[in-house]
Design a protein around this ligand. Structure first.
Ligand code: ATP
Ligand code: MG
Length: 562
């Protein structure tokens, strides 16, 4: 037995927080934030960060802010802001009244920059971008000081003010921190704080023509909001000394930055730039294409918030980079859907079956169990009649060994129905393919068992042809065939790693109880997999189902090997 306390996740970040709480480091406060840049939709990697930051706040009775890191005006759009809010909420988290925008701090950041200039810690540089790069040095060679580095404070103040006033062209000057051009950490070699950019911002409009650089802005945002533990991914480890330097020079509140390994997944790209290319180049239907590992794509695919949370918890947080097998994510959604989704019958590749000895005009209703995992979900009635559809692959004219389904002369169980025996096969004259089967049923076997106790190995699903409805069924598979498609450098190379069979669209037949099912609702199609009603394209007149995942579990096997 585990108590709720002991089942709470534990990791190196929580150990740091425990220690801080013990030492009363932030007067017992725990305040985190999730800081997306609104330049794309959120993906499963962001979900890891969301679950971590909001999860920690919840666990310690603390707070977590949602903050849009909107310092770059050229790539950001309101559409992204809305989608991010929707996704965080859908994942089950609440920022209450703490929704912030970095752009709301632009005035304060400007004042802080003036403070640094006055302290002789920042200067306006007239070097071109190339010049700055040249002077920067390399990992082996120290950098050189810019000829503009020793400008007097008054001149810097004047130039910076005129940068803001719009007197200069884009790229003609930057404001730089005056730190150390010989530092072994390149981030400390007088990093840029402001650039000139005459661009409209989605929130501040044309108020600004200088914009703060990420490295200057990010630490300030955390400081302004009183964040205690600023959790970010490993690539910012080398930037931490710079954030520390800025905050120390300004003498302002100082959060603690903690870095963890970002989530990488096999058969997946998780860079917004590459996801955007997939969308823009038309390889997918949009950010919410069910093959995309964006939150909106996963939602449309049929994933539940709980399955994503459970995945993130299982993955945990670590200090070193690794790649998680996507089979683990698929395992998590199967596990969740197995518990909660009703079973129904649908036939995706129909083969007509006529039961010769079943009365022509008769229909009866058989009882079907909604979820064997959860008797509380009850039963439903499924219509049965003389003409049915079964799955083409459940019949073989010449059955191989261990094929226990239907074949000439063979008896099989119709799930919740009767035992039927195949007596004749009608074939297409041209192709020789079976197009219709004739069977007889045993009226004594309603429910699927024979009173004489004879054994029937195979059980197949079916729908009644007269009662079933046509539906569009989209069979989704992994978008990439390469285990590590992220190695592909540009969108032009996607072709070589994309799975040409990632989407197959069929017209199948669904049992009548499914007609009108709410968009987004999830089912197990017996023996076929988990499916959900497409939230965009489905209507009661034309139901559309997305396959979330097959029933086949490859993770159990992988886990055994580990
Ligand atoms: P991308 O590299 O996909 O463009 P990003 O890091 O630029 O992502 P942001 O919008 O800046 O995207 O990310 C917001 C937060 O989500 C950051 O704190 C970032 O560390 C975190 N994050 C982004 N990708 C991952 C990932 N793969 N695993 C864990 N956290 C991530
Ligand atoms: Mg980023």
């Amino acid at each position: 037995m585990t108590t709720p306390e002991s089942s709470a996740p534990s990791d190196f970040i929580r150990n740091i927080i425990n220690e801080d709480l013990k030492n009363n480091k932030y007067e017992g406060r725990v305040h985190t934030r999730f800081p997306p840049e609104p330049n794309g939709y959120l993906h499963i990697g962001h979900a890891k960060s969301i679950c971590l930051n909001f999860g920690i706040a919840a666990q310690y009775g603390g707070l977590c802010n949602l903050r849009f890191d909107d310092t770059n005006p050229t790539k950001e759009e309101g559409e992204y802001v809305e989608s991010i809010k929707e996704d965080v909420r859908w994942l089950g988290f609440d920022w209450e009244d703490r929704l912030f925008y970095a752009s709301d701090y632009f005035d304060r950041m400007y004042d802080y920059a003036v403070q640094l200039i006055k302290a002789g810690k920042a200067y306006v540089d007239d070097l071109s971008a190339d010049g700055i790069r040249e002077y920067r040095g390399t990992l082996i060679d120290p950098g050189k000081e810019s000829p503009y580095r020793s400008r007097p404070v008054e001149e810097n103040l004047d130039l910076f003010q005129r940068m803001r006033a719009g007197e200069f062209e884009d790229g003609s000057r930057v404001l730089r921190a005056k730190i150390d051009m010989t530092s072994p950490n390149l981030n400390l070699r007088d990093p840029a704080m402001y650039r000139i950019l005459h661009a409209e911002h989605h929130r501040t409009g044309n108020k600004w023509c200088i914009y703060p650089m990420y490295d200057w802005a990010h630490g300030l945002e955390d400081s302004i909001e009183g964040i205690t533990h600023s959790i970010c991914t490993l690539e910012f480890e080398d930037h931490r000394p710079l954030y520390d330097w800025f905050l120390d020079q300004l003498g302002v509140y100082h959060p603690q930055q903690i870095e963890f390994a970002r989530l990488n997944l096999t058969y997946t790209v998780l860079s917004k730039r590459k996801l955007l290319q997939l969308v823009e180049q038309g390889y997918v239907s949009g950010w919410d294409d069910p093959r995309m590992l964006t939150i909106s794509g996963l939602r449309r695919r049929g994933y539940t918030p709980e399955s994503i949370q459970s995945f993130c918890e299982r993955v945990g947080v670590a200090k070193t980079d690794s790649t998680i097998d996507i089979a683990l994510l698929e395992y998590c959604i199967r596990e969740d859907l197995n518990k909660r989704s009703p079973r129904v019958m649908a036939v995706l590749r129909p083969l007509r079956v006529v039961i010769d000895n079943y009365p022509q005009d008769q229909t009866e209703e058989v009882d079907a169990v909604n979820n064997p995992e959860d008797p509380g979900m009850g039963t439903r009635k499924v219509p049965f009649s003389r003409v049915l559809y079964i799955e083409q692959e459940d019949f073989r004219e010449h059955p191989p060994e261990k094929f226990f389904r239907l074949a000439p002369g063979r008896e099989v169980r119709l799930r919740y129905g009767y035992l039927i025996t195949c007596v004749d096969v009608v074939k297409d004259e041209q192709t020789g393919e079976a197009v219709e089967l004739h069977c007889t049923y045993d009226p004594e076997t309603r429910g699927g068992t024979a009173p004489d106790g004879r054994k029937v190995k195979g059980t197949i699903h079916w729908v009644s042809a007269a009662h079933a409805h046509q539906a569009e069924v989209r069979l989704y598979d992994r978008l990439f065939t390469a285990e590590n498609p992220g190695d592909v450098r540009s969108g032009a190379d996607f072709e070589s790693v994309l799975n040409p069979d990632s989407l197959e669209t069929l017209t199948g037949y669904i049992e009548p109880s499914l007609v009108g099912a709410a968009p987004g609702s999830r089912y197990q199609f017996e023996r076929l997999g988990y499916f959900c009603v497409d939230s965009k394209d489905s209507s009661p007149e034309r139901m559309v189902f997305n396959r979330t995942v097959t029933l086949r579990d490859s993770w159990a096997k992988i886990e055994k090997r580990l």
